[in-house]
Design a protein around this ligand. Structure first.
Ligand code: AMP
Length: 280
């Protein structure tokens, strides 16, 4: 389904019969990470909508937008047997009837650090499209992956500010057997590049172990060094942050809810990954 008018008709029928609507926003080229969100949505809502829309306003790199994998037919075929009731795949004019210029958003540190600092305008586009999807679908619940940890924090803030009745549900990060965080962009890497990319997760894991006996700054310095010397990997950042504010962790206190976050380029692809833990 591509039109808002059709969407509204089906959704009002679902709502009139008392069904709770769950939304899973995606950019398509679906994998097990996306399907885990559908499964979660299925378990918590009565009518599951999956949107598939490659949102141009969140791409700060035109080449990334151009090469982003697109496979709508295959996605639809995957979604149906996984318990999705409706696939909404609008075109660009349906989502942005007044043009694709989006307003800058200020969510404090959340829209300044890490991804925001390295991808100017990225979260302006994310907020614009998610706000628009929330307005179109008016879901009771919306499901987002912890794979995009900062995005989830930004969307929780969007919910607090503008959609107070909506429940935002964070879902666990899904990895390949070897530990690579699943991502639609992984398909753009060669086998050798996917193997190189495993350094991201192994560094996150080893850094998390070091956190039990080393100061935060030492852990970050060690991880940066590991990534800097990895062949074929161009690191952008490695950060040890508080889970809610994403402010850097500067010292250990028992109960600190921490997250290690990394971004790096491997071959043609920019990858992000993270691991969260509580300091004992
Ligand atoms: P995308 O299609 O990449 O925009 O992702 C759509 C949704 O799926 C977002 O909420 C992502 O965080 C989530 N997602 C993508 N990859 C994964 C993964 N490996 N594990 C869990 N959730 C994911």
């Amino acid at each position: 389904m591509t039109r808002i008018s059709e969407l509204e008709k089906v959704l009002s029928e679902a709502r009139n019969s008392g069904r709770k609507v769950g939304l899973v926003p995606t950019m398509g080229a679906l994998h097990q990470g996306h399907l885990s969100l559908i499964k979660q949505a299925r378990s918590q809502s009565d009518f599951v909508v999956c949107s598939v829309f490659v949102n141009p306003t969140q791409f700060n790199n035109p080449n990334d937008l151009e090469t982003y994998p697109r496979q709508l037919e295959q996605d639809i075929a995957l979604l149906e047997p996984h318990g999705c009731d409706l696939v909404f795949a609008p075109d660009r004019t349906e989502v942005y009837p007044r043009g694709e210029t989006v307003s800058p958003e200020d969510y404090g540190k959340l829209t300044q650090v890490l991804e925001a600092a390295h991808r100017p305008g990225h979260f302006d586009g994310v907020i614009a499209v998610v706000r628009r999807l929330f307005e179109m679908v008016q879901p009771d619940l919306a499901f987002f992956g912890e794979k995009d940890f900062q995005q989830l924090a930004v969307i929780r803030e969007l919910g607090r500010r503008e959609f107070t009745a909506l429940q935002i549900v964070g879902c666990p990060l899904i990895r390949s057997e070897k530990g690579l965080a699943l991502s639609s962009r992984n398909a753009l890497m060669s086998d050798a590049e996917r193997t190189r990319a495993l350094i991201l997760y192994s560094t996150l894991q080893a850094a998390a172990v070091r956190c039990s006996h080393e100061p935060p700054a030492a852990v970050v310095a060690w991880a940066e060094q590991q990534l800097a010397k990895a062949e074929g990997v161009l690191p952008e950042y490695f950060s040890l942050s508080h889970q809610d504010s994403l402010a850097p962790v500067t010292q250990w206190t028992s109960g600190t809810q921490a997250v290690l976050l990394v971004a790096a380029n491997v071959g043609p692809v920019r990858l992000i990954d993270n691991t969260k833990f509580v300091f004992a």
